[in-house]
Ligand binder design. Sequence first.
Ligand SMILES: [Zn+2]
Length: 166
Amino acid sequence: MQGKSKEDEILAILRTVDDPELPTVSVYDLGMVHEIKIVLNNVAITMVPTFAGCPALDFIEKDVKEAVEALDWVDGCQVEFSFQLRWTTDSITDKGRENLKKLGIAAPPETYQPGDSWTVSCPYCDSAYTSMENVFGPTACRSILYCMECRNPFEAMKPVVEYSIS
Ligand SMILES: [Zn+2]
């Protein structure tokens, strides 16, 4: 029982650690937390990197480590990124999608399959009447789109799905 409450404390902390590139969106809500192991007062966290092109992993590692080690009972925290695990945009929680929208970033479609045409609704007015302005965007993981309805430019996260390897 005690072990579980410690894990809950860690999860609560991870809900407060934001992705450096996405302020207000926590690493937990991005679906990056894979496993938490607690041995005595040491914590080991395995995380799944999001987009391979995002250079923020060092910062995330540092932020998570510092936040967890700020807990009274924690002696040390190790953060490891597993590159074997596949992160998909479906791992983003509902709260994460909501917070992305508040940043003016459209979350990727939830039921996207490879080959589907990718339609994005405007995070400001929900209109689907949008156009791809610049597929390359500021980072490898986002695109710039333009809403024809409210005439705002906005960003959209590209869908990442698990490709089945046969
Ligand atoms: Zn709009």
